[in-house]
Design a protein. Structure first.
Length: 73
């Protein structure tokens, strides 16, 4: 598991945000489908091209709009 994603998940949960993390079988398309079925409004993409950086992609599942978000220390 991505340690930055785990840290971010803990922080979001402290603010009562429901967070689900992928595991070693993670597939982006499948995660989008699962999130949509669960009623999620947004998906935060951590890792991949962004791993090692403090920027993540936040995607609005209703509109498809995606923005870059920079994490604070």
């Amino acid at each position: 598991m991505n340690p930055e994603a785990a840290r971010l998940a803990r922080e979001l949960r402290r603010h009562d945000v429901v967070v689900d993390l992928g595991d070693e079988t993670f597939r982006l398309k499948k995660s989008f489908e699962t999130a949509t079925k669960a009623g999620a409004k947004y998906i935060l993409i951590v890792g991949g091209k962004r791993s090692g950086s403090r920027a993540f992609a936040l995607k609005n599942l209703a509109t498809g709009e995606q923005i870059s978000v920079h994490a604070h220390s």
